[in-house]
Design a binder for this molecule. Structure first.
Ligand SMILES: Nc1ncnc2c1ncn2[C@@H]1O[C@H](COP(=O)(O)OP(=O)(O)OP(=O)(O)O)[C@@H](O)[C@H]1O
Ligand SMILES: [Mg+2]
Length: 435
């Protein structure tokens, strides 16, 4: 029996199975919904690796979120101007075209991307793997044109088809292409060869919030509040654009070099004007209306925000079980949450209004929308407009010392041996028309 510590260090993978009209007895079928790690050779390999290297390679020299250097304080949430910013540049630009790599001034209006084009493997030099997930592998790559570093997500078409993820994968590309927000990762372009789909995004250098949280065990109240507030703004933006995200978890929250969040992995993001029925997400984070396959909407992201805040403050998720996802689902449907005594009263109040099965009571899903969440007492110190401009210092600055392309904040994974860019017979290309 693996220890609690060992299991908590493991990255959690998605659970996805379309519950359509063919599966009306959703509750009795729940055992079929568990994720199957072995179905994906990438994932089995990646997960194994992250289990074995329980502590990330650079872990011992890492600062912790609550270390004195980066001590979080309420001041971090309300006042200090930050020099954080994002310098975005299309991989096709030559470095001469846009020479500056300096952060942009905060007050500058958001730039429209100049290129969202088609690239090919030949435009990039492949570097190490940054992460693996249920369906994909993400590499660090360097543009041969402007010499900047990017993250390239690779999905095997055969695997996507086998795992019935065609629609989700096309949605991932379409949703990412539509969004533009300081706390969402930027997609620059996509392409496909005979075997794989490729998506090139900004390389977010600071690593996963997951790694920081596991090293810190749990975050002090102001640190959790800072990250939760940035996620809240991102969710507000997505929902405003009728997009539900559906896979909120620390593994998908990356830190930029200034310590601000970037949400990656739009593998389950979906355009949903009203309701949908698909069972997908990561077990610990699924809302009861998803587990019991009722139709659901944006409400599920607010539930997941509650789980995320709980996990940041406590170091574990409220419905966690060392057994199978089915056990987790049973706990979710039972709905009993034990709030540890060290939690602040305001945090418990907010969590109990987010982690509630009653959709008529769930904050974020009520008449006031996301504003109800932002107005909650736990967030009282947050100046939302400044936060959105990244005009507030982050509580933790990732120790990136190697300049551009420093991937030291990411765990190491066994590398992919398959050669990318292979031309040949392509049975599935037509299924991915946008790539
Ligand atoms: N833009 C990025 N910059 C740096 N690393 C990234 C970026 N995007 C993803 N990663 C890394 O790759 C990992 C896997 O990517 P992603 O979550 O998109 O894959 P996935 O297969 O859809 O994941 P899962 O099913 O586990 O949620 C992330 O957890 C992160 O560590
Ligand atoms: Mg992911």
């Amino acid at each position: 029996m693996p220890s609690l510590g060992g299991l908590l260090k493991k990255r959690r993978t998605k659970d996805s199975q379309t519950l359509s009209k063919e599966l009306p007895q959703a509750n009795s079928d729940r055992s079929d919904h568990s994720s199957n790690p072995d179905a994906n050779p990438d994932k089995a390999e990646g997960q194994g690796a992250s289990m074995q290297s329980a502590e990330p390679s650079q872990g011992s020299s890492q600062h912790h979120a609550h270390s004195s250097n980066n001590a979080a304080s309420i001041n971090n949430l309300i006042n200090t101007p930050a020099n954080a910013g994002s310098s975005t540049q299309s991989p096709a630009h030559t470095s001469n075209a846009t020479p500056s790599t300096q952060p942009q001034p905060q007050s500058q209006p958001r730039q429209e991307r100049t290129t969202r084009g088609k690239y090919s493997q030949g435009d990039f030099m492949l570097q190490r793997t940054l992460g693996t997930g249920s369906f994909g592998r993400v590499h660090l790559v360097q543009s041969k044109h402007n010499h900047r570093f990017y993250a390239m997500k690779v999905l095997k078409k055969a695997q996507v088809v086998k795992m019935k993820q065609i629609e989700h994968t096309n949605d991932e590309r379409r949703m990412l292409n539509r969004v533009r927000h300081p706390f969402l990762v930027t997609l620059w372009g996509t392409w496909q060869d005979s075997r794989n789909l490729y998506m090139v995004m900004d390389f977010v250098e600071g690593g996963e919030l997951f790694s920081l949280l596991r090293k810190s065990q749990r975050f002090p109240n102001p640190v959790a509040k800072f990250y939760a507030a940035e996620v809240t703004l991102a969710l507000e933006y997505l929902h405003h654009h009728q997009i539900i995200y559906r896979d909120l978890k620390p593994e998908n929250l990356l830190l930029d070099r200034h310590g601000h969040l970037k949400i990656t992995d739009f593998g389950f993001a979906k355009d949903v004007p009203d309701i949908t029925w698909t069972l997908c997400g990561t077990p610990d984070y699924l809302a009861p209306e998803v587990v019991s396959s009722k139709g659901y909407n944006k409400s599920v992201d607010w539930w997941s925000l509650g789980i995320l805040i709980f996990e940041m403050l406590c170091g574990f998720t409220p419905f966690w079980d060392s057994g199978s996802p089915v056990k987790i689902y049973e706990n979710i449907l039972r709905g009993r949450v034990k709030y540890p005594p060290y939690l602040h009263d305001d945090a418990v109040d907010l969590l109990s209004q987010l982690i509630t099965a009653d959709l008529t009571k769930r904050l974020g899903n009520l008449h006031g929308g996301p504003q109800d969440v932002k107005n909650h007492a736990w967030f009282a110190e947050v100046t939302w407009d400044r936060l959105e401009r990244k005009d507030i210092d982050a509580p933790y600055i990732p120790p990136i010392r190697g300049g551009q392309g420093d991937a030291s904040q990411y765990d190491k994974y066994p590398e992919e041996t398959e050669h990318y860019g292979v031309e040949g017979e392509d049975a599935y290309g037509h299924l991915f028309p946008d790539f």
